[in-house]
Design a protein around this ligand. Structure first.
Ligand code: DMJ
Length: 645
């Protein structure tokens, strides 16, 4: 038995060693070190020597990197001294509910006549010195051309004429603007228009929300297995991402509770580093969306405050924003290891900032993001309209040149080119030109067919080497292509969209759990039996929305029931392999094992913001429910109006 009286002693002797007294003298330490070294085996000595050289190398590399960063910080500090403190907009200048859908901002994009046709960026490196001359000539030629075409509302691009004409429904009519009352139309308990599949989606949402409410309320993400939460920015990410989904699904009580949290608890002045892109698409987009759906001023006030707090990210030497911003302190910075930003991130915040300008009648938000687009429009380093993945915030130039993908780090650049053009009423020809050139670049450089089943897929290009790698993220593309066709672009895009959505569905159908992995490699060898190969590191599924999103667009525009059927199969697989009994859904580690898909214990906020919303809309036959003639979805499935004036 433990006795409190008993004491144990350890004796430590710092006395003689090998007949020598310990005196901490350098001679003693040197001799001792040398003897120890001699006692080591040759292998041990080589290992230590290798480690030593490696650490020296790392030290030099870190020093070089830091010195670049210090230069940036120094410059930024100078600029920050001039930055005005964050100001929350006064209420009296915000719009009234009655006018929430019209009123464009004063800020206008620059005169289109000043711009020429797309510059062929991939020739840049050798002929850089000649660029201004070539561009001047091109501009002069194009200016007269664009002027002529604009009169007739026709955009010309490299000899191709596009007359934006309606191929499906009528364009949004400014005179017929109405305030949407979507909750009345879609509330499951109040109307008969919700079918069985939609009811199943509502049930799935309620199950996901139950877990979030019980174990993660007001936090960023639910960890449904460990029944706790994960904090990313500490801004109630899932709650805000889910607001408009709740509204559309008719979850009134949940919506009111969540709104109360936004009013009482959402603290945007806390000192926290947030990612500009993620915060914009999820939180700013979510707030603007729900403001547009409900007309409730509280959401616009919050959006407006957040917009102000994000603006310091644009205080860079090049005006290409930093990736991170502290919304409480008003300071911004790049990631610790680089001064680069991701191209998709800096070019996929435009829809939200532009809409904020329209609603608040303050130009500054749109001006900041338009500058980025204008700059990237004229930048060298593209290949047939395809952009690299990184851009430097100091120089404003693309970095890591020569790698082109439609997946992570570039994906939504292409999506937002088209959607900005649509949002602005299809007037901004530069955006359309860049989009069309990029689609041609994709077709010419990245599209191949797999073996043996000839599935059309989008691969990647690294220094002119083609790789048959396709991220699940790329599956936004069929939906985007179809949306473009709906707004008057080439029917060839629809042909490609149909082929690609079939491939995206096969990325689910050919896998044991019926769920797509994060990345697949397509087989190009006619002697191999399988079209799709998955590497062990790519077997996870994060509950991502892209394929469901594209199925939704494809069904809306073609009314082909097979898209709903494919979606229903995917929905059932999510229910079978990712649903957690106690509430919530979880991402999984191994889509190839139906025995043990290995739950990852995380429900991403986009599962509620996007995946379930797109399922609900895909299964609906009410084509006016979020009409694609009146609204666009941002890259997080938040709903923004198409401007009508
Ligand atoms: C979402 O945050 C957005 O859809 C983004 O564009 C890509 N990544 C996730 C979903 O996969």
């Amino acid at each position: 038995m433990y006795s409190p009286q008993r004491r144990d002693f350890i004796s430590v002797t710092l006395g003689s060693q090998a007949g020598r007294n310990y005196d901490n003298s350098k001679t003693w330490r040197r001799q001792s070190f040398w003897r120890k070294w001699k006692q080591l085996s040759r292998l041990q000595r080589s290992l230590i020597a290798f480690m030593f050289i490696f650490m020296m190398f790392c030290g030099i590399a870190t020093y070089l990197n830091l010195s670049e960063h210090w230069q940036v910080v120094e410059g930024r500090d100078q600029e920050l001294k001039q930055v005005k403190p964050v100001v929350v907009p006064a209420l009296d200048v915000l719009l009234s509910k009655a006018t929430f859908i019209s009123q464009p901002p004063k800020f206008k994009r620059p005169n289109l006549n000043k711009r020429g046709p797309p510059f062929l960026q991939n020739r840049l490196s050798k002929n850089e010195k000649e660029e201004p001359k070539i561009r001047k000539e091109n501009e002069a030629e194009a200016n007269s051309d664009v002027k002529d075409k604009e009169k007739n509302n026709i955009v010309s691009w490299r000899g191709m004429e596009i007359a934006p004409e309606r191929v499906t429904a009528a364009p949004p009519d400014s005179k017929q603007e109405e305030k949407p009352v979507l909750h009345e139309k879609v509330n499951a308990k109040e109307t008969a228009t919700v079918n069985k599949q939609q009811m199943a989606v509502i049930e799935a949402f309620q199950h996901a929300w139950k877990g979030y409410k019980q174990y993660a309320w007001g936090h960023d993400e639910l960890k449904p297995i460990s029944k706790t939460y994960n904090e990313w920015f500490g801004l109630g990410l899932t709650l805000i991402d889910a607001l408009d989904t709740m509204w559309i699904l008719g979850q009134k009580q949940e919506f009111e509770e969540a709104k109360k949290w936004v009013v009482d608890e959402l603290n945007l002045s806390k000192s926290v580093d947030v990612n500009l892109f993620e915060t914009t698409i999820r939180i700013l987009g979510g707030l603007l969306s729900v403001y547009n759906l409900t007309g409730d001023q509280v959401f616009l006030d919050k959006a407006s405050e957040l917009g102000d707090r994000l603006l310091p990210a644009f205080n860079t030497p090049s005006k290409i924003p930093y990736s991170d911003v502290n919304i409480g302190l008003g300071t911004a910075h790049p990631p610790r290891w680089t001064s680069d930003s991701t191209v998709a991130e800096v070019t996929s915040i435009q829809l939200e900032f532009r809409e904020l300008s329209r609603l608040t009648k303050k130009d500054k938000y749109q001006a900041a993001v338009d500058d980025v687009m204008k700059h990237i429009h004229g930048l060298g380093g593209k290949k047939d309209g395809l952009v690299p993945m990184f851009i430097n915030t100091n120089s404003g130039q693309f970095s890591h040149l020569g790698v082109y993908t439609l997946g992570a780090r570039a994906d939504s650049y292409y999506e937002y080119l088209l959607k900005q053009w649509i949002q602005g009423g299809r007037k901004e020809a530069d955006l359309l030109e860049d989009y069309l050139q990029a689609i041609e670049g994709i077709t010419n450089n990245l599209i191949r067919k797999s073996e043996p089943n000839k599935l059309t897929f989008v691969g990647e290009l690294a220094h002119n080497q083609f790789s048959p790698k396709m991220d699940h993220l790329v599956c936004f593309l069929p939906g985007t292509l179809a949306l473009g066709v709906h707004h008057g672009l080439s029917a060839n895009h629809m042909k490609l969209a149909k082929e690609l959505i079939k491939t995206c569905y096969q990325m689910y159908a050919q896998i044991e759990t019926g769920l797509s992995p994060e990345i697949v490699y397509f087989n190009l060898n006619p002697h191999n039996a399988n079209d799709v190969e998955v590497k062990p590191a790519d077997r996870h599924n994060l509950l991502r929305p892209e394929t469901v999103e594209s199925l939704f667009y494809m069904y809306r525009f073609t009314k082909d029931k097979k898209y709903q059927e494919w979606g229903w199969k995917i929905f059932q697989s999510f229910n079978k392999y990712t649903r957690v009994d106690s509430g919530g859904y979880t991402s999984i580690n191994n889509v190839r094992s139906s025995e043990n898909p290995e739950p990852r214990d995380k429900m991403e906020s986009f599962f509620l913001g996007e995946t379930l919303k797109y399922f609900f809309l895909l299964f609906s036959d009410e084509f006016n429910l979020i009409s694609l003639d009146k609204y666009i979805f941002n890259t997080e499935a938040h709903i923004l109006p198409i401007w009508t004036t």
